[in-house]
Design a protein around this ligand. Structure first.
Ligand code: ADP
Length: 407
């Protein structure tokens, strides 16, 4: 089955065409249309390891962006499809499903209403995700549309993990609680690890680390998320590219008061001006920071140190939450490609049974590998993620499960 995966943000549409079936999934093409709202934007599309097309385009809205994506997929230079009707399903990345969605959902009017109900929880994401859905439904009315939520995997969190110690009535009224994100990626790491061990996922206690621009960790017991580092929004938890992660709320109030910052400016400062970028004052990009730190830049070195230290603290916390762990797993641009960061995170954790094999760690860049020393009690793995592929698989899974229910 050919599945179009759409990730519609405020300024761009990322897309991928995935062929799924018989346990063999392949990315046929992927691309990016940006910036939305521009008369002089760019549409690009490529076949992995093959041809690439880039063309200038006027992109007033999501509708035009998705139309461009479909046109490029069918162009002879790309040739991923002959006609749009070949696309049987569309998987939509939806950031926030609140507490309404434990699983991906085939989109119906009721599902759209439920997603609209979650807009207040993710005002920067859900409206654009939805606008992409409406546009693609108009362009591909024959296809099945499925919403795949970043939050769904974490709906198994117990109340003690998702409740903030704020006034209960207020939290209930405004649905303020921890939800967690990157669910598709954490779930993939757990399931893939179990597959590699040849045993059911229910047999493992796992600590998974998604380290990209956004970063989060998850404690997984018997295949279920029992705690995760992101909260009501993706701001909580680890230090990220431009997000602060955990910070004393009183420090935020202090800055707002003394700098006379509006809510909007403080929001931008926490989400776009903090994290690795905020500490270093140089970049949100780990590669750049590693280079600067190697040349003796102290702030770059500090940013990296704070980043790794926070991850180590969460490993300790989740080890306690799970009462032990079989493995710690890394993924994301940093988790997959930065042996130096994995080394710093894992050093001197032998009390938890964690010991890296230096050579294995150094050699594992962008590929699946066991990084641990032979006799390490807690294994450490790198398992690359491919979020588009995962969304395509979840889309097919949702359609199969809906098919079973209506049969
Ligand atoms: P996103 O969350 O936007 O999908 P990615 O998962 O691609 O981001 O991760 C981006 C991060 O990965 C950046 O900080 C980048 O510097 C880092 N990264 C990518 N390759 C390497 C590498 N070889 N060494 C260190 N960091 C890397």
């Amino acid at each position: 089955m050919k599945v179009l995966v759409l990730n519609c943000g405020s300024s761009s549409v990322k897309f991928a065409l995935i062929e799924t079936g018989d346990g063999r999934d392949a990315t046929l093409a992927r691309g990016l249309i940006e910036p939305i709202g521009a008369t002089e934007g760019t549409a690009s599309c490529e076949i992995p390891g093959g041809r690439r097309r880039v063309r200038p385009a006027s992109i007033p809205d999501h509708n035009r962006a998705i139309r461009l994506a479909l046109e490029m997929l069918a162009e002879p230079e790309i040739g991923a499809i002959r006609g749009w009707e070949e696309i049987e399903a569309v998987g939509h990345r939806m950031v926030h499903g609140g507490d309404r969605f434990q699983e991906p959902a085939v989109v119906t009017e009721a599902v759209v209403r439920a997603i609209q109900d979650c807009v207040a929880l993710a005002p920067l994401h859900n409206p654009h995700n939805l606008s992409g859905y409406f546009a693609s439904r108009g362009l591909l009315p024959h296809a099945a549309h499925v919403a795949v939520f970043d939050t769904a995997f974490h709906q198994t969190l117990p109340p003690k993990a998702y409740t903030y110690a704020l006034p209960h009535g207020l939290c209930a009224r405004y649905r303020v609680r921890r939800y967690g994100f990157h669910g598709t990626s954490h779930r993939w790491m757990a399931e893939r690890y179990a597959e590699l061990q040849g045993r059911p996922v229910e047999e493992f206690k796992l600590i998974t680390c998604h380290l990209g621009n956004g970063c989060s960790m998850c404690a997984i017991e018997r295949g279920r998320s029992v705690d995760t580092s992101m909260g009501m929004t993706p701001l909580e938890g680890l230090v990220m590219g431009t997000r602060s992660g955990d910070v004393d709320a009183a420090a935020v109030l202090h800055l707002m008061q003394w700098e006379q910052l509006s809510v909007e400016r403080m929001d931008a400062l926490l989400n776009k001006g903090s994290g690795l970028y905020g500490i270093s004052g140089i970049s949100n990009d780990m590669r750049t920071l590693l280079e600067h730190a190697a040349r003796g830049d102290e702030r770059a070195a500090l940013a990296i140190e704070v980043f790794c230290y926070r991850i180590r603290k969460y490993i300790g916390a989740y080890y306690a939450v799970l009462n032990g762990a079989d493995a710690v797993i890394f993924t994301g641009g940093i988790g997959e490609n930065a042996p130096e960061i994995r080394r710093r995170v894992c050093e001197s954790l032998d009390a938890l049974g964690i010991r890296l094999d230096e050579q294995r760690n150094r050699a594992a860049v962008g590929r699946e590998a066991d990084l641990s020393a032979e006799d390490a009690r807690t294994r450490v793995w790198a398992i690359p993620t491919n979020e588009e592929l995962l969304i395509a698989r979840e889309t097919v899974r949702a359609l199969e499960s809906a098919g079973r229910q209506t049969r």
